[in-house]
Design a protein around this ligand. Structure first.
Ligand code: NAD
Length: 267
């Protein structure tokens, strides 16, 4: 499977390169970044601290895609729409991990999925993907007198709160319960009694926490807690590479990370 990495000299681009080099079925055939990027012109393997791959980081995406099966994009929200269009034109499957995408980029993903298989995933960890589905199932199974509270923790530099993953967990809980997320979400509780049906969020920020998420269903006399702790950012790269392998060769269309893990739920 021939892989092109976009955002190649970034933190995730290099993490993906390291995982790809260890993955027998994958060969890196292209590495794309901006000409101003620190690693521009360098061999992607050497820059990632592994064996040289004979692939220099360049800026010509169309040329890189000409002999590729799958593209992984962890770049910038402003770049992703164009990258999706280029992959669709080249007939190359796409895994987008870039976050903060606007409506225009989501429309570009929809358009690309007419021609190639596409996954857009704000969290490519397989563990988080599983957790989201378990939360959906638990919210569906338990009556609504089980109060749903989501606690998340991240490092001190994180810009957004609650995290996108915490919100995705809340949305899955709301969907499982059959309620509209925006009507029940309480992103920051500062006082007063809890109202029935709320999905509450609490945020911890400090140190170097990579990412903790815990969803509690608190009933009368019992609690169910589902959680995930990330200790290494490589999980996002491993999940992305697994999803890319899964995508390549599929029929055109829009897929999700949950399709990549073989969990069969009916909710
Ligand atoms: P980074 O800043 O280290 O790397 C981004 C790279 O993209 C940089 O090298 C930059 O030069 C490059 N880039 C910017 N514009 C480009 C363009 N037009 N064409 C090609 N390359 C371009 O950031 P990062 O930590 O690697 O994160 C990248 C993205 O991935 C962010 O949106 C981040 O939120 C997201 N992310 C997603 C997950 C997930 O699980 N899906 C996990 C971690 C990060």
């Amino acid at each position: 499977m021939r892989l092109v990495i976009v955002g190649a000299s970034g933190r995730m681009g290099l993490a993906i390169a390291r995982v790809a080099v260890e993955t027998a079925q994958l060969q890196i055939v292209g590495a794309v970044d901006r000409a101003e990027a620190t690693g521009y012109g360098r061999d992607i393997g050497e820059l990632a601290g592994v064996a040289a791959q004979g692939v220099k980081i360049g800026s010509d995406l169309s040329a890189a895609l000409a002999h590729a099966d799958v593209m992984i994009d962890f770049s910038a929200p402003s770049a992703t729409a164009g990258n999706l269009a280029a992959a669709a034109a080249a007939g190359v499957a796409v895994l987008v991990g870039t976050t903060g995408l606007d409506a225009q980029t989501q429309a570009a993903a929809a358009a690309a999925s007419q021609r190639v298989p596409v996954i857009v995933a704000a969290n490519t960890s397989l563990g988080v993907t599983l957790l989201i589905e378990l939360v959906r199932a638990a919210a569906h199974a338990l009556p609504d007198d089980f109060d749903i509270e989501i606690v998340e923790g991240h490092h001190r530099h994180k810009k957004d709160a609650p995290s996108g993953t915490a919100l995705a967990l809340g949305r899955a809980a709301a969907a499982g319960r059959g309620v509209e997320f925006d009507r029940v979400a309480v992103p920051a509780r500062t006082g007063g009694e809890r109202q029935r049906g709320e999905i509450g969020f609490a945020v911890v920020r400090g140190g170097d926490i990579v990412g903790d998420h815990q969803v509690t269903f608190a009933g009368e006399g019992e609690r169910v807690t589902l959680g995930h702790q990330a200790t290494d950012r490589a999980i996002f790269a491993r999940g992305a590479v697994r999803a890319a392998l899964w995508l390549a060769g599929r029929a055109p269309g829009r897929y999700e990370m949950k399709d990549v893990i073989s969990l069969k739920t009916t909710i």
